[in-house]
Design a protein around this ligand. Sequence first.
Ligand SMILES: Nc1ncnc2c1ncn2[C@@H]1O[C@H](COP(=O)(O)OP(=O)(O)OP(=O)(O)O)[C@@H](O)[C@H]1O
Ligand SMILES: O=P(O)(O)OC[C@H]1O[C@H](OP(=O)(O)OP(=O)(O)O)[C@H](O)[C@@H]1O
Ligand SMILES: [Mg+2]
Length: 282
Amino acid sequence: MLRIAVPNKGSLSGPAAEMLHEAGYQQRRESKELRIVDPENEVEFFYLRPRDIAIYVSSGRLDIGITGRDLLIDSGADAEEILPLGFARSTFRFAAKPGTANGIEDLKGKTVATSYEGIVAGHLADSGVDASVVHLDGAVETAIELGVAEVIADVVETGTSLRNAGLEVFGEPIMKSEAIVVRRTGADAEEPKVQQFLRRLQGVLVARTYVMMDYDCRVEQLEKAVALTPGLESPTVSPLHNEGWVAVRAMVPAKEAQRIMDDLYSIGARAILTTAIHACRL
Ligand SMILES: Nc1ncnc2c1ncn2[C@@H]1O[C@H](COP(=O)(O)OP(=O)(O)OP(=O)(O)O)[C@@H](O)[C@H]1O
Ligand SMILES: O=P(O)(O)OC[C@H]1O[C@H](OP(=O)(O)OP(=O)(O)O)[C@H](O)[C@@H]1O
Ligand SMILES: [Mg+2]
């Protein structure tokens, strides 16, 4: 049975459970459940704090985990990213009152408050900057107002929390993060049960980002049309009853579907349809 760590709280937990559900796995019905077994799929899910997941996975007691890239790096655990999942996207940045600092070099001798001490201390050391780091559990934006630090380093998504605290980001982004699947460093990623789990999640990612497009076009326009809709392998082309016409079917990125439909129409394609993909194995 594959043992999988899933975030029990915070920004990662809802979207992670939704993705696992879409991938056909049972999920807990009640937010206090700590573990569930899904016997049909031969997996067991452990609901853990997102920050602890890489540590459990690195111990080898759990096979796989879903966490944030920033949390993995912050933990320093012996685990590696094997699949990015495209949700809980954020950047990790320094911020301060306007006019305090323009770049990391201005942090010398200052105090930085953060919940991600591992990332910040590592980044300061790599940059050769000598600054103190104070660890806070959350709501670090308030640390400056209350005099605990001159600078903070925190997760930024929309920037609303920083604006509300009267703070501004400065310097280069320290890192970009999103939800990821982690595995113990050096563990056999080719293991069939692990591969099957990853294929299911990849299927969800593809179903979310692609649509199926069907259209009819004249044989003379086929090469131009196929250049617009190359598909993943190659489009399916079938003859129509009307001679000189073909039907084409290909997967296209959902974000580009409307533009591609306009372009196909302008080269003479007709009966252009898109349909959602519910599940897929590439
Ligand atoms: N506002 C946000 N937008 C996108 N991702 C976020 C946001 N806040 C946190 N994250 C991401 O979520 C992960 C942190 O999860 P965690 O549950 O520890 O914190 P949280 O979502 O801030 O929840 P809480 O602080 O309430 O416990 C990190 O990978 C981080 O990048
Ligand atoms: O750029 P934004 O869209 O405002 O999002 C970023 C904020 O979201 C998270 O905070 P959360 O609400 O989880 O509170 P916390 O600081 O206690 O973790 C994060 O720590 C930032 O404060
Ligand atoms: Mg938070």
